[in-house]
Design a protein around this ligand. Structure first.
Ligand code: GMT
Length: 378
């Protein structure tokens, strides 16, 4: 099949998943056309049958704002025509599903490829719910021939808040490259982060308010009162300065390292002892899955779809949103009980491989594409 994939290219789970999906589909013999305003951050190296089409946004003095949605529609339309796309698969509803719909309308009579929209999170729970976007989001979801959500939680929210019939939304969970995200990668940077043999606690996110990164700092501050540990903060975003300030206020700044954006988080996760994720909403929590795949237990808030990824008491601990003390207590237990830590690490890796490895999830997308094209599933 020839598949067009649109995603946000910046650091974020939806772009990471869309890119991995495209690369894996290409390895399965499909032809993949990424359509985005920049090369997706995890699309590096050469991959046979993978092409990239950049969305050009002309600047013109009359326009104070760029017309990204329209430029994207034009590029999807152009790519569909020139390459003969069989499927257009967009990740994140706003505005990608809308742009895909415009592109297919523009084909006007020529055979338009079916649109598959994958809902990722704030496209439904936040941005899509804004009064100015709600109707547009619903319209775009309903005009997609295939709709997937990355968790049961997100499917339920979509059905409830957008009045979308439940049978229109299929849950296909996110997945992870378990060969890349694996325990004990070489070289290990543990010595750099924790030269005196301290435990390594890690957090990876885009530091937006929803991630509550100051809670990570607060929980870590309590953990280090009991266990010698260092905190490695990976990523960047609006709340990074607040998190750094909090670490300074608590007098622990020297034990907290802010690495900024990192393209190869697997190198960092692989040498961590604990992953902290204190979001107040998380439709799935890809960062947590990547940690599990590296054999790293997760302590986080019981929010959204995270309980579908992290099994409480088996490979992580989930506590109520905002319960920093409970999160810290869970972290302390895990870091100071070697037997428990070993069992959680083993379960984390096993769960990632058994439930979320690419080979488990990819066929579900292929079946969906075939169903859209009226072909029998393999
Ligand atoms: O929706 C967002 O906030 C952005 C999006 C992204 O591009 O990172 O994150 C969402 O999609 C990820 C991939 O499916 C999920 O793992 C994240 O849980 C989800 N974020 C939220 O729901 C806050």
């Amino acid at each position: 099949m020839k598949i067009g994939i649109t995603c946000y290219p910046t650091y974020g789970g939806s772009g990471a998943v869309a890119t991995q999906l495209g690369i894996s589909l290409a390895a399965h013999g499909h032809e993949i056309h990424f359509i985005s305003y920049a090369q997706p951050f995890r699309l590096s190296g050469f991959h046979e049958r993978v092409y990239f089409h950049e969305v050009e946004m002309e600047r013109y003095p009359l326009f104070e704002h760029s017309h990204y949605s329209l430029a994207l529609a034009a590029t999807i339309h152009d790519t569909a025509l020139r390459e003969g796309l069989d499927i257009v698969h967009v990740h994140y509803a706003i505005p990608h599903a809308t742009s895909a719909w415009i592109a297919c309308e523009m084909l006007n009579g020529r055979e338009a490829p079916p649109i598959v929209t994958t809902l990722h999170g704030t496209d439904v729970t936040l941005v899509g719910m804004h009064p100015s976007f709600r109707e547009l989001t619903r319209f775009s979801i309903m005009r997609s021939q295939g709709v997937t959500a990355v968790s049961e939680f997100l499917r339920d929210v979509t059905v409830r808040d957008f009045d979308v019939p439940a049978e229109r939304v299929q849950v296909i969970p996110n997945f992870v490259d378990t060969e890349l995200f694996k325990p004990d990668p070489g070289p290990c940077h543990r010595q750099v982060f924790a030269p005196a043999g301290e435990k390594v606690v890690t957090h990876v996110s885009n530091f937006r308010p929803v991630k509550r990164v100051t809670d990570v700092i607060d929980a870590y501050a309590r953990i280090r009162e009991e266990v010698a540990a260092r905190l490695v903060m990976v990523g960047d975003g609006p709340d990074r300065p607040r998190a750094a300030e909090r670490a300074r206020e608590l007098g622990i700044a020297r034990d907290v390292v802010f690495l900024g954006k990192h393209a190869s988080v697997e190198e960092l996760l692989g040498c961590a002892d604990l992953f902290l994720l204190t979001s107040d909403s998380e439709s799935f929590g890809l960062a947590a899955l990547e940690a599990l795949s590296c054999g790293v237990p997760v302590v986080g808030y019981r929010a959204g779809g995270l309980p579908e990824v992290v099994s409480h008491g088996e490979n992580g601990m989930l506590v109520p949103v905002g319960a920093v003390d409970e999160a810290a207590a869970a972290g302390i237990r895990l870091l100071s009980d070697p037997e428990m830590a070993a069992s959680f690490r083993e379960d984390a890796r096993e769960a990632a491989v058994e439930r979320f490895a690419i080979d488990r999830v990819l066929p579900r997308y292929e079946d969906l594409y075939r169903a859209m094209l009226g072909q029998a599933a393999e």
